[in-house]
Ligand binder design. Structure first.
Ligand code: SF4
Ligand code: SF4
Length: 158
C-alpha cells in the first residue's frame, strides 16, 4: 500500500493489534543488535548479506511479540528498535512517496516530508486534528532525529 502524506491523516493511535509485529521485517542498527545479543542471545537476530534483522518465528511474527486474547505487546518495550518506534511513520528529507506539498512538514528550521503507512489499523484518514499535527507528528520526528528521550504518543506501554 502506498504511504499517505501526513496532511491526509486525521489521527493516529496504536490500538495494540500487533499487525506490524506479525508481518514486517525489523532492521537493526548495530548498537541495537549488540544490545539484543548481550541481553538475549544472538539467536534472537537474523543476519542477511547487508542487514541484520530481528528473528521472526515460523509464523512470521517477531520473537519478542507477546499476545493475549485482547492485545499484543512488545516484549522489548524498553529497548525497542528505532524501526519499531517509528512505525507506521516515515520521516524523510525528500518526498520519496510523492505529493510533496501534502507531505511537507516544517519542524524548527527544517523542512521534512512525513508519510504514514496505511496498513496500520490505528490510522484514521481525514482532516488532521491539532493533537496529531502538534503532538503526535513532532514526537515521531524527534525519534527519527534521535532527540526524543521518552515516548508518550508513539507506543503502547506494557
Ligand atoms: S502500530 Fe498500528 S499496526 Fe502496529 S500494533 Fe499499533 S495499531 Fe497495530
Ligand atoms: S521488537 Fe517489539 S515492536 Fe518491534 S516487531 Fe518485535 S514485538 Fe513488535
Amino acid at each position: 500500500m502506498q504511504a499517505v502524506p501526513w496532511s491526509q491523516v486525521r489521527s493516529w493511535r496504536c490500538n495494540m493489534c500487533g499487525i506490524c509485529c506479525r508481518h514486517y521485517d525489523v532492521v537493526l542498527k548495530f548498537p541495537e543488535w549488540l544490545s539484543i545479543v548481550k541481553n538475549f542471545g544472538i539467536e534472537y537476530t537474523a543476519p542477511s548479506l547487508d542487514k541484520i534483522f530481528l528473528r521472526r518465528r515460523s509464523d512470521g511474527s517477531c520473537t519478542f511479540l507477546l499476545e493475549t486474547p485482547k492485545a499484543s505487546f512488545c516484549g522489548l518495550q524498553h529497548a525497542k528498535p528505532k524501526a519499531c518506534k517509528l512505525w507506521p511513520f516515515k520521516v524523510l528529507n525528500r518526498p520519496k512517496f510523492g505529493n510533496p506539498n501534502k507531505a511537507a512538514y516544517h519542524y524548527r528550521d527544517r523542512k521534512l516530508f512525513i508519510y504514514v503507512d496505511p496498513a496500520c489499523t490505528g490510522l484514521r484518514l481525514g482532516e488532521p486534528t491539532r493533537e496529531f499535527v502538534y503532538s503526535v507528528i513532532p514526537e515521531f520526528i524527534e525519534i527519527a532525529l534521535n532527540s526524543c528521550r521518552r515516548q508518550f504518543k508513539t507506543t503502547a506501554v506494557l
